[in-house]
Design a protein around this ligand. Sequence first.
Ligand code: GRF
Length: 192
Amino acid sequence: MTVNRSLSNVIVLISGSGSNLQSLIDNADDIGIKIECVISNKADAFGLERAKKAGILTKFISHTQYDSRESFDNALTQHINTFNPKLILLAGFMRILSADFINAFTGKIINIHPALLPKFKGLNTHQRAIDAGEKYAGATVHFVTNELDSGAIILQKSITIKATDDAESLAKKVLEQEHILYPEAIKKILLS
Ligand code: GRF
């Protein structure tokens, strides 16, 4: 029996390769989302090509054209508001968002972070996990709040760190898990 579910419209923000975006595109029907627009602050983000190939609207908004974080975020807010999205998904979006932006979309912004939060917030997570002698690495999908990488956790996935792992091999293995985790987490939120 086919169950008719209405799709939730979402916006995805990227800055780079967009492999997580690709996973959201590939699993959109199962998750129950329609990606209305992919926005990048980098003109050469490969994720923009992925979106175009999938027939999704794209928008490049360069942060370098704005004289403050707030004015860039304001331009972002205005563009996002034209779609009235249910969720805003950060997928490798390498900008800290201002309080005004986060407050404008309270409870709607979600991020994927390549570490088992609350451990290793911020950058360079894999090397830091190895240096700390951690047994496990992984990824976390969480709500975005005004405190960096600290919002409520939606779902996590972990893998074992092997003695032979370096930051590069770990990043690769965690990223594979991210591609499974992000769709699962969004589906979970939309069904809750
Ligand atoms: C991922 O590791 C994600 O966890 C982090 O940025 C990376 C983005 O990779 N926030 P991609 O652009 O989705 O390939």
